[in-house]
Every structure is written in C-alpha cells, then in structure tokens.
Design a protein around this ligand. Structure first.
Ligand SMILES: NC(=O)c1ccc[n+]([C@@H]2O[C@H](COP(=O)([O-])OP(=O)(O)OC[C@H]3O[C@@H](n4cnc5c(N)ncnc54)[C@H](O)[C@@H]3O)[C@@H](O)[C@H]2O)c1
Ligand SMILES: [Zn+2]
Length: 364
C-alpha cells in the first residue's frame, strides 16, 4: 500500500511526513540527497527494530554509526547530552552528516536538539516509534532538553528533513504507552475537529486494541492538524499553536507535581483535558451535554488516579509556575464546542477550585 503523505509547508524548510505499515524497508528511497554519513541515535530497548533499521540502511554505500541510548526524561539532560557531542566528533560526523532519531519523543527531542547545535546545525530526520511521537511530538520542530527548574526549558526550533511513521512499530507498545499516545490523538479531535471526534468515538475499541489501519488514520488526522497550525506559526509566537496545549496546563502540573514518576505525558494530558472541560463548563463556555459527551470519551481511557498525597494547592502551584498568571487570573485553553477551542485569560482561582472539586470530588 502506498504511504499516506502530509506536506509540511515551510518554504525552504518544507518536508514530507510519511505514514504507513512496514515503511521502514523503503527508507533509503526517501532520504535526503548528498549525505556523507549517517548517525543513528536510537532507543536501546528496541532491539529487533534497530536491526531492521540498520539492515534497511545497508543498501546505501555510506557509513552508518549507531549510538544506542536509554530513552526517557533522564536522557533529556545536559549531562546526558554532552558526551554525545563527543561521540559525534569521534565518529567524524561533519556538516554533511545526517542524524536519524529512532525512538519515542525523548529520543526525538534530544536527537533534534543535537542536530540543531552540532556544528551549528546538521540535517536530521525522525523515525518515531511510539504513538505519542508518531501522532504529535515528531512534527513541529520543537527540540530540546529539560533543566532542573522545568521541562523543555533549553532547546531550539529546528525542523527535520523527513518524518517517517511506520505503524508496524506500534505493535509492541505497552497498554500505557498506547493510551498515552491516544491522549494526544483525542486532543486533536476535541480541540479542532468535530468529525474526528465522532470518528474516534466510533473507533475507540480498535484504537485501544492498536489496529494498524485505524491507528494510521488517527495519526494522519492528528498530524494534518499539527502541520497546518505549525506552518502558520512556526516559532509559536502568534498564538496559533496555543490550542495544541489544550489539557497541558493541568497535565504538566500533574507530571511535575509527581516528579514525572506517576503519569506518562499523554495520561496526564487526559486528566488535563477533563479538568479543562470542567473549567469550560464553569466559565459558561460549554454546555453540560457537550461537556459530558467529550468527558465520557476521555473517561474510557484507563489512566492512573491523581494521588491523594498530591494536594490541590501543590498542583495549582505547579500550574501557575508553568503559566504566567496575570494578577488573580490565569489563561486557559477552553472549549466552547466539540472540536472548537477558545482562549480565556480570565479564569479565576474560584473557577479552578470548582473545577477541581467537580473532577475529583476533593476540596483540597
Ligand atoms: N517536541 C514536541 O513537540 C513534543 C510534544 C509532546 C511530547 N514531547 C516529549 O516526548 C516525550 C514523551 O514521548 P514518549 O512517550 O514517546 O517518550 P519515550 O521516548 O520516553 O518513550 C516511552 C517509552 O516507550 C518505549 N518505546 C519506544 N518505542 C517503543 C515501541 N515501538 N515499542 C515498545 N516500547 C517502545 C521507550 O523505550 C520508553 O520506555 C517527553 O519527553 C515529552 O516532553 C515532545
Ligand atoms: Zn503533549
């Protein structure tokens, strides 16, 4: 079957996004031209898939050097990244070398950041292997690492030359990784696309089961939205990309409030969207029946409970650190319809308290 193709239109930085089942075998045909050497930054856990990738690259008559890495937030750290520059220098990577990011979102963020900074920037491509990375993080050019004070505080906008999503890789994902990715997929449905919402509703069991055909449709629909928004606001300065953060204000607070140990990113975003739906209703933007339709879908994803040991005040403290609070109010991405978002800068502490109670039944 021919792969699905999405064009990221960014002038000279334009690139193709390919989605298909078993695509990895045809990778060489899609690689950029004039490459002297390939450096693969891969997730060490993907034993069999790494072999598949390396064997697909064998037909090329250029050197391929693989650097396997332990994926996760610990990798997104300057101390973990610094020695990698040394490995690139040892491998004599030059300005015509290509970096391949092979793994989930953490590998993509780090590999893209190294590509942006090594010798002032060399080409890179993304081959995402988690649903979260295929449906969201691999596209958009946000690369970077964390600082002790917060997530993704150090980085660069640096677009890849190609993103290749092979849905065959998703078969081995655990149930939590699958749901985490579906969290981002459902974000696109809820915040942008009523028809897509209806479709996710109808296909939820296939999505949770991980049917490759259904997942490739979900990835295509999500990335079409992402590519559209990114192409209009590549440096995230105009507010056009803001709605992509739907569910992320409360979600990030849950992640940082639990030191990234309790929730996967998309799981926290699922809670965050449920919270934002409560705020949307409380602020009078969204009817109770529409809120219920969307919340019912989100409630079908099994995610860890919000720990009782994490107090409301602690969550809100993290939330306000993440978002610049304006006086007594805070800016939130809310929904005023299924598939339509609005930005509301006037969300009060009282609104947040009410929403927290509505969501959790807890007063503190
Ligand atoms: N740049 C962006 O725009 C953007 C957007 C959203 C999230 N992110 C970042 O993405 C990261 C989260 O992404 P993630 O969940 O993909 O992270 P990850 O790279 O940590 O992968 C999650 C887990 O899945 C495993 N894994 C990867 N591929 C697999 C496969 N095919 N089968 C089985 N297991 C597999 C990994 O080894 C890891 O244990 C976070 O660091 C987040 O900040 C970035
Ligand atoms: Zn996200």
């Amino acid at each position: 079957m021919k792969p699905k193709l999405i064009k990221m239109k960014l002038g000279k930085d334009s690139y193709s996004i390919l989605i298909g089942n078993g695509l990895i075998k045809s990778l060489p045909a899609y690689l950029p031209k004039g490459i002297s050497k390939i450096i693969v930054l891969s997730d060490v856990r993907l034993t069999a898939k790494r072999k598949e990738l390396l064997s697909a690259l064998k037909v090329l008559s250029i050197p391929v050097i693989e650097i396997p890495l332990k994926a996760g937030e610990n990798l997104k750290n300057i101390k973990a990244v610094y020695p990698l520059y040394g490995k690139l220098l040892d491998a004599k990577a030059d300005r015509d070398s290509l970096i391949i990011a092979f793994g989930g979102g953490s590998i993509g963020d780090v590999a893209g950041f190294i590509a942006a900074t090594y010798m002032r920037g060399i080409k890179w491509i993304g081959i995402p292997t988690t649903l979260l990375a295929q449906a969201d993080s691999s596209v958009g050019g946000k690369t970077g690492i964390n600082h002790d004070s917060g997530k993704n505080l150090i980085g660069a906008f640096y677009q890849p030359s190609l993103v290749l999503c092979d849905v065959a890789f998703l078969k081995s994902l655990g149930p939590r990784e699958k749901i985490s990715g579906l969290g981002e997929v459902v974000k696109y449905a809820l915040a942008f696309d009523k028809k897509f919402f209806k479709w996710t509703h109808e296909n939820i069991s296939q999505l949770v089961k991980g049917s490759p055909d259904t997942l490739s449709v979900a990835i295509e629909k999500s990335l079409k939205w992402k590519a559209h928004l990114v192409s209009k606001d590549v440096y995230d300065r105009l507010g056009i990309r803001e709605a992509l953060n739907f569910g992320h204000t409360f979600g990030h607070a849950l992640e940082s409030g639990t030191n990234y140990k309790t929730f996967q990113h998309g799981e926290a975003v699922i809670w965050g969207m449920r919270f934002a739906l409560c705020v949307s209703e409380i602020r009078g933007k969204l009817s109770a029946s529409k809120k219920k339709q969307m919340d019912d879908l989100l409630a079908r994803f099994k995610v860890p409970a919000i720990p009782k040991t994490l107090s409301k005040n602690e969550i809100f403290k993290h939330m306000k650190r993440d978002k610049k609070a304006h006086g007594n109010t805070i800016r939130f991405v809310l929904l005023d319809d299924i598939g339509h978002s609005v930005s509301d800068a006037k969300v009060t502490q009282e609104n947040l308290d009410q929403a927290f109670y509505k969501l959790t039944g807890r007063k503190d």
